[in-house]
Design a protein around this ligand. Structure first.
Ligand code: GDD
Ligand code: MN
Length: 420
């Protein structure tokens, strides 16, 4: 028997951010409003990502339900994906679900962020067409019908755009316009293939065919889920529909400087993954992006080591060996902290008890020590064996040891053992 609390509440998927080719059965989706036999695909699933949208959600659901009941009664679902809003948006949405049988709610408590909210919603969705719309009524629901039409006419992706005929923004400040256009221009320079394929790559209002994005590991950062869909999906045909971005009546935008930082990070990640190096890495199952971060950390360690060696040896006049050991160990601490909090952050977060961190730090030290021995051996082999120039020999030795260090740490130290 489904209890009232669980009714209409979908389990939040975890693990890989990847959309299944076929909809998940309701048993894996957790408790849902419809009987367990209704697990077959439906035509359309619309994700409504929410954070503190309590005062908007009812009007939004009412307008969407009214619109879609007309054109596809019982062949659509609305999924509110809420990140545990302090204003209890998820609870308000759950209460609405009795009145709107096609409404489902996902309350995420262990993951946050707009892009992953949308993907987790799509993972739990049943629709052959999946989409996303803002919950604050700034995206006019009526545009949905035109977007659906474009998909039915054969488009893989239909984007609501502010920058085509019929598009615009109600009243954005000059700063917001400048920032939005500036971000778009920057994107065109870093990732021209993706950013040039639509007139409004910043849009968060679009529909996509499930099969165009299913089975592809996604790895978004921040707000711009459309970049991820175009950058990693199998998108052949794109259609655009003009719309006017409305003034928000209640609540406020969650866009902060962090979203702009995330946007740059997202562009860089897509750039690496979609480039030759990224394709080579995927082919060999080698995480290129992570290795680049590891190498940057190694570079920072080199600078820390050299700087501290100067401080201990020249400023404090410690002996050379004592200075080198102190500087070397502090550089290892520097590298461990950066790797734990940046390079392997997603893996470290899943094993974050104090003992686990300490264990990782000790293993990291041992691996670095073994790396140092390997480096000395390689340096001698290159210098005395094949008579390379000392600095070239040292550089080659460092490069090989960095790759070795990375692979051992990834496989032995930060790897998350999937406890079944
Ligand atoms: N689940 C979840 N988690 N939802 C979120 C989060 C989050 O961390 N942050 C924002 N949202 C929801 C908001 O509740 C709203 O429904 C929608 O995402 C858009 O957030 P806003 O804060 O209103 O964004 P905006 O008004 O500045 O709009 C800009 O970003 C949107 C999202 O990319 C514009 O670029 C829009 O075109 C774009 O759709
Ligand atoms: Mn908004």
């Amino acid at each position: 028997m489904i209890s009232i609390q669980e009714k209409h509440l979908l389990q939040a998927p975890s693990g890989l951010l990847q959309i299944p080719r076929l909809p998940q059965s309701s048993s894996t989706r957790g408790y849902a409003a419809y009987p367990s036999d209704l697990t077959f695909p439906i035509r359309f699933s619309l994700i409504i990502p929410t954070f503190n949208e309590r005062d908007n959600i009812e009007r939004m659901v009412a307008r969407l339900s009214h619109l879609l009941d007309e054109v596809m009664p019982n062949d659509y679902e609305l999924l509110v994906v809420d990140d545990n809003s302090p204003d209890l948006t998820w609870e308000y949405a759950q209460d609405l679900a009795d009145q709107y049988p096609n409404l489902l709610v996902m309350r995420r408590q262990h993951e946050r962020g707009l892009s992953t909210a949308v993907i987790r919603g799509w993972q739990a969705a049943r629709g052959e067409i999946i989409g996303v719309i803002d919950a604050d009524l700034q995206h006019p629901p009526e545009v949905l019908l035109k977007l659906l039409e474009k998909i039915e006419d054969g488009a893989d992706l239909a984007v609501a755009s502010r920058h085509v005929e019929g598009g615009g923004v109600s009243s954005w400040s000059a700063t917001r316009r400048f920032l939005s256009r500036g971000a778009q221009l920057l994107g065109l320079m870093i990732l021209p293939r993706v950013l040039s394929s639509v007139s409004d790559p910043m849009s968060g209002y679009f529909l996509v065919k499930r099969k165009a994005i299913a089975g592809v590991p996604l790895n978004p950062v921040g707000y711009k889920i459309l970049l991820e869909v175009i950058g990693r999906g199998n998108i052949q045909e794109i259609a655009e529909v003009g719309y006017v971005f409305q003034e928000r009546e209640v609540g406020e935008s969650k866009v902060t400087w962090r979203q702009y930082k995330d946007y740059l990070h997202h562009l860089a990640r897509l750039r690496i993954d979609s480039g030759r190096l990224g394709r080579w890495g995927r082919h060999l199952n080698f995480p290129v992006g992570r290795f680049i971060r590891f190498a940057f950390v190694g570079l920072s360690g080199l600078l820390v080591d050299m700087g501290l060696l100067y401080f201990f040896y020249d400023v404090l006049s410690f002996g050379l060996t004592r200075s080198a050991i102190l500087a070397g160990e502090l550089a290892i601490v520097n590298n461990f902290l950066w790797n734990d909090r940046w390079t392997f952050k997603d893996l470290a977060q899943r094993q974050s008890t104090r003992q686990q961190v300490l264990k990782r730090f000790l293993k990291f030290n041992i691996i670095c020590l073994m790396g140092l021995i390997l480096k000395i051996l390689l340096l001698n082999m290159f210098f005395n064996g094949i008579h390379l120039n000392a600095y070239l020999a040292n550089f080659l030795a460092i490069a090989i040891v960095t790759a070795w260090n990375f692979w051992i740490n990834l496989k032995l130290n930060w790897r998350v053992t999937q406890v079944s």
